[in-house]
Design a binder for this molecule. Structure first.
Ligand SMILES: Nc1ncnc2c1ncn2[C@@H]1O[C@H](COP(=O)(O)OP(=O)(O)OP(=O)(O)O)[C@@H](O)[C@H]1O
Length: 269
């Protein structure tokens, strides 16, 4: 039987991360650990600092203070350091990490896709970055992943700009997951879509996360999304974490006044 997620090894160790643009603007003194196979939801109202924290964690913006430590499994490290300090390894290695071992799903698929090249090229690009060159195999992987995210593989040569918003988001997810990243960051992955499109996408994401055993840091202001996907939650307010715990515990029995407000504002129409 698989171990419960919180007993699995720590993949990401976040220590004292601070990135402030002004008082209470950004994120301050954030500590947490993400375990292998765990989905951690970062929730909070607009402006609470969720996206700022995610940008720092994903290697896109250096913190003012603190460390992001990525712990690879010994057998994954292939002779390299088993623990990497994200902002001490240098730009080139950080970029390689993002390309080869991590994945990032943006809220707006336009930020994660290349809109002018075909759907197949979008999916194949990350595989090529990993060294795959065989055209037939790249195309077969592209088609297989289009099926996986419920896109018509017959549209592999079409550019994403001819797809609907929901289809573009599914394509972005395929592009991100095709390389089987060990760690995936998602920023409001279902935001900006119609409610019915959101529900289908969420269902698909949940299946993929389980099937692939992904480790995910998920930013969302939508507690229903957090409930469905996350094992654990971190509640942010004005740049700080006010409460953490198992998702059901937090949503069913919130302790902090702010979390209580957040939960009740969703539950009461
Ligand atoms: N590059 C920046 N320069 C200056 N201020 C910024 C910058 N990025 C974010 N902020 C400010 O930091 C605060 C936190 O923003 P952030 O986007 O992290 O919050 P959020 O919780 O993700 O909100 P939302 O859900 O609306 O995206 C906000 O007050 C925002 O205006």
């Amino acid at each position: 039987m698989k171990k419960p997620v919180l007993e699995r090894p720590v993949l990401l160790d976040v220590q004292g991360i601070t990135r402030l643009y002004g008082p209470a603007k950004g994120c301050e003194a954030i500590d947490f650990q993400l375990h292998a196979g765990e989905v951690l939801g970062i929730v909070g109202e607009s402006g609470s600092g969720k996206s700022t924290l995610l940008r720092v964690l994903a290697g896109l913006e250096a913190p003012d203070a603190g460390q992001v430590l990525y712990r690879r499994q010994a057998d994954d490290a292939g002779g390299e350091d088993a623990e990497l300090d994200l902002y001490a390894i240098g730009e080139a290695r950080r970029r390689a990490l993002l390309r080869l071992e991590w994945g990032l799903v943006h809220q707006n698929p336009r930020d994660g896709l290349r809109m002018g090249v075909s759907a197949g090229a979008n999916i194949g690009e990350r595989l090529m970055a990993q060294g795959q060159r065989h055209y037939g195999q790249l195309r077969a992987s592209g088609q297989a992943w289009m099926r996986q995210v419920e896109l018509d593989p017959g549209r592999i040569d079409d550019a994403p700009r001819t797809f609907s918003g929901g289809m573009q988001q599914r394509l972005q997810i395929a592009r991100t997951l095709v390389t089987r990243p060990r760690l995936v960051f998602m920023d409001e992955p279902t935001g900006g879509l119609d409610v019915s499109v959101q529900a289908r996408l969420l269902d698909m994401l949940r299946t993929l996360v389980r099937q692939l055993g992904l480790s995910v840091v998920l930013v969302t202001h939508d507690l229903a999304v957090a409930r469905l996907l996350a094992h654990r939650l971190l509640v942010m307010r004005r740049g700080q974490v006010v409460e953490t715990g198992l998702t059901d515990q937090i949503l069913d029995d919130p302790q902090h006044e702010y979390t209580q407000l957040l939960v009740s504002s969703v539950l009461t129409p």
